[in-house]
Design a protein. Structure first.
Lengths: 340, 340
């Protein structure tokens, strides 16, 4: 774990479209930003879930692909030299002794001291859906993996792949030539993967090169000290079956959760952060929330609503960052982009 | 005065960027729009005051000229077939007997029956600054004109031009060859017009072809039945002077005012319309206000704030327009643009 301490005016949690536009809005008011995101790229859901999908309700764009919107927002933020910390989840939030600075800590040990924190976390950090198996935590990262980074790690191993979508099927097709044995557990006989891939999976099963364990669900894990020995599966009647295995790869899709943010003492309303709509202040001093994660009566979950909230938060934060300095409101046509 | 009666779901007052985007937002929810504006073109201030000026704070546009933004917003609204009524000011607002429709009347006699009215009037309708001369109303449109549409109307007439800017100087230079006499009244000796034009004016004055009446201000009008006989001017010490004249052309710039809207019984807060920020409802049933004309505590006068308010108003209006029909919120990526 590396440790880095940064100081900045605003720490923004989430590099989706609203977080990126917050960099711009805070920058226009002279506040520089550090941005943390669990993904390896900016854009949040736009990048991760639907980069090619056209969006129709961004003002001035009769139609724009999500990925292009993200690219343009990043370019708009660029003059303000934001520092991005990708592939990290925010974990800790600690107040300084004088109460005027927050220290944000990430999962990789980055520390950011900021005068204000803006949570633009969308629907939350992306994470894998974990099967609800007792004790699974002790196997995670050792013999239970939700992502495959190096297929060769599974060379010669008995691998159980769980799930019926593209990820499950594609990894089964890849690992069949690497692992000593591949079993695919799915609760239905039919796979949701692309028809061609599903067809290849069925063909390999007929050849005896892959075991299709259908319709079965994961029911338990056997092993100790993080070392898996067998995966227990059950059919719809509760009959169980034991598959000897060295590794389990569950591919049950991604879910989003607020993660550690939910433990910070924020007023939450069904997984959203309650804010004052005019300032986007939360109940915690110097902590704001904007975009889909923020809620108030009548809130519309639109990207453009989040853009307006970014502007509101920047104006409200100004007085906290520059104590006593008056903000003279000017139009961007008059002022242009301030030099930073 | 022609009379036309139209029926629509929403009547939008103001075709500035926020009014145009409201066409889109209402359209996305299945509501078609009629739009009224005093200008002859869409865009409001963006078109009338600073078409070439770059704007920096529209999300997704690191920089965009005001006129281009307007063009793009109009294109975005186009699939919903809005009907524009340009060159007209809204004057009347009357409720139908059943209370569920408003009849909007304009200065040219257009009548629009709408289920909801959205006021997106920006800083108000553009109009000339009128000199504060007693009885000037009785001369307006007959011998006092704030705009020149046909210079030949002044052929052979004694014309007094008032003002020191480009409009005053340019019209004096144009009319010198048409009118029998041109006098220019300005309260300073120096003119604010383009140096070349101001120089030509001074040269014509030296040649005796134009009378420069400086430093003088307008002090009174003489005449009857709308027919001007003389313009009275005064110097800074109050000494008056009488200029025989058939026409007065005051060019004191444009101002913006709410106009007749201010008489509708809306809750006003220093020339702005007070709204509930989450729905943009005014105190009058089925009348909404969005963009710069709308105010609430913490309001930011940004175009992008107005865009978000357009979305809020459309969602809030939906229940009034489609009574009892539930609105199922969907993202534009899922739904695309509905066919209309």
């Amino acid at each position: 774990m590396t440790e880095h301490l940064h100081r900045t005016e605003v720490a923004i949690v989430g590099a989706g479209p609203v977080g990126l536009f917050a960099v711009f809005e805070f920058g226009m008011l002279g506040m520089s930003a550090h941005v943390v995101d669990t993904l390896e790229l900016p854009g949040g859901q736009c990048t991760a879930l639907y980069p090619e999908k056209p969006i129709y309700d961004i003002p001035g764009f009769p139609e724009i692909a999500a990925a292009e919107l993200v690219e343009r927002l990043r370019a708009q933020a660029k003059p303000f030299n934001p520092v991005y910390h990708f592939g990290q989840q925010v974990v800790g939030l600690k107040r300084s002794d004088d109460g005027r600075t927050w220290r944000l800590e990430t999962s990789t040990g980055t520390q950011i001291d900021a005068r204000v924190v803006v949570i633009a976390a969308g629907a939350g950090a992306f994470g894998p859906n974990r099967p609800p198996l007792p004790g699974i935590e002790s196997f995670e990262g050792k013999s239970v993996h939700y992502m495959v980074q190096r297929p060769q790690d599974f060379a010669g191993k008995r691998v159980v792949v769980a799930g019926g979508g593209d990820s499950a099927v594609d990894w089964a097709l890849t690992l069949v030539d690497i692992a000593s044995r591949v079993s695919v557990v799915h609760r239905r006989a039919k796979f949701r993967a692309a028809p061609d891939s599903a067809g290849r999976l069925q063909a390999l099963a007929r050849e005896g090169r892959i075991d299709l364990v259908v319709p079965f669900q994961l029911a338990g894990l056997e092993g100790s000290d993080g070392r898996l020995e067998a995966v227990v599966v059950a059919d719809l009647d509760g009959n169980t079956h034991r598959i000897e295995a060295d590794a389990l790869l569950p591919f049950y899709g991604l879910s989003m959760s607020l993660g550690p943010i939910a433990e910070w003492g924020l007023n939450l309303d069904r997984h959203h952060i309650a804010v004052d709509p005019q300032s986007c202040r939360t109940n915690i001093d110097r902590v704001f929330a904007i975009g889909d994660v923020a809620t108030y009566p009548g809130k519309l979950k639109l990207i453009l609503t989040g853009f307006a909230e970014a502007a509101a938060a920047a104006h409200a934060a100004y007085a906290l960052v520059f104590e006593g300095k008056a903000l003279h409101f000017e139009y961007s046509t008059t002022r242009g982009i301030p030099s930073v």
